[in-house]
Write a protein that binds this ligand. Structure first.
Ligand code: FPP
Length: 134
């Protein structure tokens, strides 16, 4: 079993398009898939899962899509932290979070704090990252 698995979250739009759905539906389905991936990684003994979720280039997407992604990130985080605690998953956001809303930054910091002692799986979400920034 690999110790570290990294996934670039791509293809949400194409997934939706193939099914005659809006891009937003693809992003929402992406989040559901992430939940299954986290669960499986935890069960299979993967120690680190890195998800490349929202790159710094993604700010150039249409405003409505960016807004939707931010809301999705907030609600998913809010909802999943309880499950992470239960499954002994530690959350870390890697990337420049200073560009996110105060509300989202607070939730990120709080979620990182409340899961800090968990040691089954380290879930790293790359958000607002970029090659140069790295
Ligand atoms: C790429 O698919 C996916 C994204 C740009 C966003 C993925 C992230 C989430 C759904 C969760 C929200 C998380 C944060 C950190 C805001 P695409 O739209 O490029 O698909 P395509 O290549 O088929 O067009």
């Amino acid at each position: 079993m690999p110790e570290h698995v990294a996934i670039i979250m791509d293809g949400n739009g194409r997934w939706a398009q193939q099914r005659g759905k809006a891009r937003h539906a693809g992003h929402r389905a992406g989040v559901e898939t992430v939940r299954r991936v986290i669960e499986t990684c935890g069960q299979q003994g993967v120690r680190v899962l890195t998800l490349f979720a929202f790159s710094s280039e993604n700010w150039q997407r249409p405003k409505t899509e960016v807004k939707m992604l931010m809301e999705l990130f907030f609600t998913a985080l809010n909802r999943e932290v309880r499950r992470m605690k239960k499954r002994n998953v530690r959350l870390r956001i890697i990337g420049d979070i200073s560009a996110f809303s105060d509300k989202l930054q607070k939730l990120i910091i709080e979620s990182e704090k409340t899961t800090a002692d968990n040691d089954c799986l380290l879930l790293q979400v790359a958000a607002n990252y970029g090659g140069r920034w790295d």
